[in-house]
Design a protein around this ligand. Structure first.
Ligand SMILES: NC(=O)c1ccc[n+]([C@@H]2O[C@H](COP(=O)([O-])OP(=O)(O)OC[C@H]3O[C@@H](n4cnc5c(N)ncnc54)[C@H](O)[C@@H]3O)[C@@H](O)[C@H]2O)c1
Ligand SMILES: [Zn+2]
Ligand SMILES: [Zn+2]
Length: 386
């Protein structure tokens, strides 16, 4: 089968790899019809993680079930399913508590937790930027789609990661109706966090970035853009809130945060949030931070290369703020968010800027990585429907 394979920093090729197949009685095999490129892929693409050459990318996957293992009871051949990026067993100590983002069974290292498709440090599982994908514990992990699943793939595929992840950021930030919420990062995840806050009835949502094209998308869903190349977000938000600051905030940037000139500083968005969010406010951090960043010493400093990020902890403590962190537990939210889509209340496919054939993946990685104008979210169709 064809797959998008990581060959080394900034080098992806589409080539033949061994076919995905059923390896365990609980597996299902999915023919991938829609699969996205994510900002998380870019950390790996740039060589800023331990992702090994030769592995297949792709953790935002949707497709049709073509085979099920003998122990599968619920999912049936022919159904369209969307797969959480987390791979979980459903029965370990963490899964039992709903923390499928930290499954203990699917992560092979005993001192680690969490597994994902095509992801650094999250187990050996191949990604779905390929014709077929093996899905462990198919009954537990696959979310089945209704009759509109085939036509509305660009909306439903966002349930694999960024819609639940953006929503999770707002949950950790404790966004409630009427709140004034600030989101750092207008990438796909930040846009989904802003969209989720608005769905929850936030009174006002600001989105901070230095990419004008992405800020325009934020504006199109009813958020207030702040271009941090031109304005200090804390000043703008405090001025609009009698000096108090936002009620809560979401970090949707991650450890490769940078200024408008491209100079990296992992603490930029975190410190921006600590400053912009009011005393006692909560901050949800879904932007990725990692304990070891192979390129960190050159791009930032020796400390950052080992995941030590100098944040304004004194100010955060003084303000009595709380911070939630980590990978999103997609299963906690995906069913409800699916039904918001099915019911016509949510259309997360608004983020899609490009729909391409799998063969175009190398080119798409290049443009999305450069944050080229208008490249907001790339959707690949390995079934050749584009
Ligand atoms: N926690 C999870 O479960 C989870 C899931 C998906 C993605 N992520 C992570 O979320 C982050 C965002 O993902 P994405 O797909 O939107 O990526 P992206 O790289 O496309 O978007 C990040 C955006 O942040 C902006 N940015 C950079 N520095 C900034 C700064 N100092 N202030 C404000 N904005 C700044 C960039 O211009 C860009 O538009 C990544 O770190 C990704 O790995 C986490
Ligand atoms: Zn993703
Ligand atoms: Zn588990």
């Amino acid at each position: 089968m064809k797959a998008a394979v990581y060959e080394g920093p900034r080098n992806v090729t589409v080539k033949d790899v061994p076919d995905a197949k059923i390896e365990h009685p609980c597996d299902i095999l999915v023919r991938i019809t829609t699969t996205n490129i994510c900002g998380s892929d870019l950390h790996m693409y740039e060589g800023r993680t331990s992702f090994q050459a030769g592995r297949t990318f792709g953790h935002e996957n949707l497709g049709q079930v073509i085979e099920v293992g003998p122990a599968v009871r619920k999912v049936q051949v022919g159904e369209y399913v969307v797969l959480p990026f987390n791979i979980a067993c459903g029965f370990c100590k963490n899964c039992e508590r709903g923390l499928t983002n930290y499954c203990l069974t699917m992560q092979p290292e005993p001192d680690m937790a969490g597994a994902a498709f095509g992801f650094a440090d999250m187990g050996p599982y191949q990604g779905g930027q390929a014709e077929f994908l093996r899905v462990p514990y198919g009954d537990f992990n696959a979310l089945r789609l209704g009759e509109d699943g085939v036509e509305r793939q660009n909306d439903y595929v966002m349930l694999a990661d960024i819609f639940p992840t953006g929503y999770h950021a707002t949950e950790m930030a404790e966004v409630k109706p009427g709140d004034q919420t600030v989101v750092f990062g207008a990438g796909p995840v930040g846009l989904m966090a802003a969209y989720s806050a608005l769905l929850k009835g936030a009174g006002r949502v600001w989105v901070v970035d230095h990419q004008p094209d992405r800020l325009r998308v934020a504006e199109s869903i009813g958020a207030l853009p702040i271009n941090c190349a031109e304005q200090d977000p804390a000043e703008v938000v405090k001025e609009a809130t009698l000096g108090l600051g936002a009620d809560n905030g979401c970090e949707c940037v991650g450890y490769q945060a940078h200024d408008a000139g491209g100079h990296e500083d992992a603490s930029l968005a975190l410190n921006g949030l600590i400053d912009t969010v009011r005393f006692t406010g909560s901050i949800g951090v879904v932007g990725v931070f990692i304990p070891e960043d192979p390129g960190g010493a050159e791009a930032q400093n020796e400390m950052e290369a080992h995941g030590k990020v100098p944040i304004d902890y004194g100010l955060m403590w003084f303000k009595g703020q709380r911070m939630g962190t980590g990978q999103a537990p997609v299963k906690r939210y995906n069913r409800g968010l699916r039904d918001l889509i099915a019911g016509g209340r949510a259309e997360p496919g608004f983020v899609v800027s490009h729909e391409l054939d799998l063969d175009r993946a190398p080119n798409a990685y290049e443009h999305f990585d450069a944050r080229d104008d208008g490249w907001t979210k790339v959707v690949l169709h390995p079934d050749g429907s584009h």
